[in-house]
Write a protein that binds this ligand. Structure first.
Ligand SMILES: Cc1cc2nc3c(=O)[nH]c(=O)nc-3n(C[C@H](O)[C@H](O)[C@H](O)COP(=O)(O)OP(=O)(O)OC[C@H]3O[C@@H](n4cnc5c(N)ncnc54)[C@H](O)[C@@H]3O)c2cc1C
Length: 373
């Protein structure tokens, strides 16, 4: 009998882990209190940008991000083939834009180490900037061009993963309501009870992928899970698809054009508990940054405004691994700003742990017990 697995949480991390485990022959059930992809994963801009997101050093986290970017081609091919759905993965490259010459001075050491890791990053001047993005404001003085960064339409990737999981025979239980009880049996196996499920669900192993809500599991596993929600407010404008061709990052915001004629501009970072409303202040900042960097957006109304809750840990890095105290339980949560990027590598690590296989990537830095004294 193949191993049975319960995945708790149906965001991109839970669905990706379920997909990979099912592809490797395991019997998987995903329990989602609400809607699949209804939280951070459905709100994300979908940028796959390990170099733009990690500017300081090639630490373990950067290496995890880079490995995940590199697994995207085969990952997307598998998800699209099994689901029959498109995810709008676009290998656009990205530009980090600088408004002051002084900002460029510390860039050389970043370029040096990132190019050692295969970024093929180029420092570009004002003329080259406008050659790549003609709509940029004249005040942009230089930039870094990163040809290998890309983006995906996050809600479509989530939908494709859900369909692919279903086709692989994964049992998908949404609207399950609050998780009422988690029992880890001493003889092996776990039992989950959820408010709206008629009966308890049993399996050999448990994978907790509850995003910003993962802290709720502290009481069942007796370890500290310091994950808290950081709200990201984000908006979009109508645009023509060729108006902005690359992902563009400034010190204030980022912009990414989607195939549906929407230019996404994100994202604020604020602490508002589990509140997912948008505020005039949060969106206003994004509009001002947009007008400053892309004058053609001046006087344009936003087409859509929304927010999501990034799952943040105290050190900004995910909790990823098996619990020493309860080895039948794996935690994969706290992916903060990079959960879409990190979904393929997380799924591979989770599936390796389920199979008891040594992963060739050292995940000690992400140990779920690192905050437990
Ligand atoms: C505005 C914004 C923009 C972003 N842009 C990007 C980007 O461009 N690139 C990128 O890589 N990342 C981006 N992110 C981050 C990314 O969205 C997250 O890191 C990622 O979605 C986390 O996935 P997740 O599955 O862990 O969490 P979620 O998608 O939040 O899923 C967690 C699920 O757990 C469920 N749940 C709730 N309570 C429980 C419980 N008790 N037990 C079990 N399940 C529970 C929730 O209903 C939810 O569906 C962005 C985030 C935001 C908010």
């Amino acid at each position: 009998m193949p191993q049975s697995v319960i995945v708790l949480g149906g965001g991109i991390i839970g669905l990706s882990s379920a997909f990979e485990a099912a592809r490797r022959g395991m019997r998987v059930t995903v329990i989602e209190p609400g809607v699949f992809g209804g939280q951070a994963s459905g709100a994300a801009a979908g940028m796959l940008a390990p170099f733009s997101e990690n500017t300081e050093q090639p630490d373990d986290f950067f290496q995890l991000c880079l490995r995940s970017l590199r697994s995207y081609p085969s990952w997307i091919a598998a998800v699209e083939e099994l689901s029959g759905l498109q995810t709008e993965w676009i290998q656009s490259g990205s530009i980090n834009v600088f408004m002051h010459e002084a900002d460029v001075l510390p860039i050389h050491s970043r370029l040096h180490w990132q190019n050692e890791w295969g970024a093929e990053a180029q420092l570009i001047d004002a003329a080259q900037l406008r050659g790549l993005e003609p709509q940029l404001a004249a005040s942009a003085v230089s930039g870094i061009f990163l040809p290998h960064e890309s983006h995906v339409y996050a809600p479509k990737l989530v939908a494709a993963l859900e369909t692919a999981c279903r086709r692989l025979g994964v049992v998908l239980l949404d609207h399950a309501g609050e998780i009422d009880d988690v029992v880890v049996h001493t003889g092996g196996g776990v039992t989950i009870r959820a408010r709206s499920l008629e009966s308890a669900i049993h399996a050999d192993r448990l994978v907790v992928c509850a995003g910003a809500w993962a802290g709720a599991y502290e009481r069942w596993f007796g370890l500290s899970i310091p994950i808290h929600p950081i709200r990201g407010q984000i908006c979009s404008f109508e645009h023509h698809t060729n108006e902005i061709n690359h992902m563009v990052f400034s010190s204030q915001a980022y912009w990414v054009g989607k195939k549906n004629n929407r230019l996404i501009c994100g994202a604020s970072e604020d602490v508002a508990g589990f509140e997912t409303s948008v505020t005039e202040r949060g969106i206003g900042r994004l509009i001002r940054s947009s007008n400053q960097l892309f004058p053609f957006l001046e006087n344009k109304q936003t087409a859509h405004r929304w927010a999501g809750l990034r799952p943040a840990t105290r050190d900004g890095q995910p909790l990823l691994g098996q619990l020493h105290s309860v080895p039948s339980v794996i935690i994969a949560a706290g992916h903060y700003r990079n959960g879409i990027l990190l979904s393929p590598v997380t799924a591979a690590i989770v599936a390796d742990l389920l199979e008891g296989k040594a992963n060739d990537f050292n995940i000690n830095a992400f140990s779920p017990s690192r905050f437990t004294l």
